[in-house]
Design a protein around this ligand. Structure first.
Ligand code: NAD
Length: 254
């Protein structure tokens, strides 16, 4: 049990095959009480209800929250804090992508992709930091992508690479700013993980081509990323901040 009685807020943890839900499951298996924040309330409720429970009906919480809205992030974090009495971990997982090229990116596309990953990571972090600061302890985990490191070319467009590169910079800067308060901030850069984020736009040919470039010979699974989230949330990583963990099967080695 690596997260016994810890309270963990996870954004974007509703979708059924997503990294967020897999992370929520693993955290709950390790004793955490989890607050699932997602724009899809019904799905968030279904996700929270599906988590392992230690005491019937008392362990987990589902809250509607569009992370692009600062007030909604504030309200959801305050509700989780009021419910559980503490907040130990935030995992910023909410994200969207679009497989379009540079010259096709319109203003609305740019706003949509940047807002969820980058603005959402900032707003959710801003909401938990005062609570963690008062406790002199906390772990914030931010979801970047291999796309930020290798210049895209996997699935998302250049604006997605930009958003995820922004997440890396934001996380590192927050790590430096809040280390003295006992708050650790780290990022994870997954390769291509088999979830619903690609919708029906990942063709069999694209999948095969990508797989051929992965030394471990397969796409990632959501639980592959969840394991790294658990490590960064737990005391096993107590002296790690400002770092990036690559979960990409060797797709990018540097
Ligand atoms: P997913 O589509 O299964 O899950 C994304 C979740 O975010 C969904 O539950 C969705 O409802 C939620 N969400 C979207 N917009 C939101 C908003 N405005 N407010 C709150 N919640 C919102 O995708 P996934 O593959 O599990 O991706 C999770 C994260 O990992 C994303 O940040 C994604 O960019 C990142 N990532 C994914 C991959 C991959 O290959 N799947 C690779 C690298 C990084």
């Amino acid at each position: 049990m690596l997260l016994e009685d810890k309270v963990c807020i996870i954004t974007g943890a509703a979708s059924r095959r997503g990294i967020g839900r897999a992370t929520a499951h693993l955290f709950a298996e390790h004793g955490a009480r989890v607050a699932i924040l997602d724009r899809e309330l019904t799905l968030a409720q279904e996700s929270a209800a599906s988590l392992p429970q230690r005491k019937a009906g008392a362990d987990h919480l589902a809250l509607a929250c569009d992370v692009t809205d600062r007030q909604q992030c504030e309200d959801a974090v305050q509700a989780a804090h009021a419910h559980f009495g503490r907040v130990d971990v935030l995992v910023n997982i909410a994200g969207i992508t679009q497989p379009i090229k540079t010259l096709e990116i319109g203003a609305a596309d740019y706003d949509a992709v940047l807002d969820v990953s980058l603005r959402g990571t900032l707003y959710a972090s801003q909401a938990v930091i005062p609570i963690m600061r008062a406790a002199k302890s906390g772990s914030i985990i931010c979801m970047s992508s291999v796309s930020a490191q290798r210049g895209g070319g996997i699935f998302g467009g250049p604006h997605y690479s930009g958003a995820k590169a922004g997440v890396l910079g934001l996380a590192k800067a927050m790590a430096r700013e809040f280390g003295p308060d006992g708050i650790r901030v780290n990022s994870i850069a997954p390769g291509l993980i088999d979830t619903e984020i690609t919708g029906d736009k990942l063709s069999a040919e694209m999948r095969e081509e990508i797989q051929a470039g992965i030394p471990l010979g397969r796409l990632g699974e959501a639980h592959d990323v969840a394991g790294s989230c658990l490590f960064l949330a737990s005391p096993l990583s107590a002296y790690i901040t400002g770092s990036v963990i690559n979960v990409n099967g060797g797709m990018l080695i540097y």
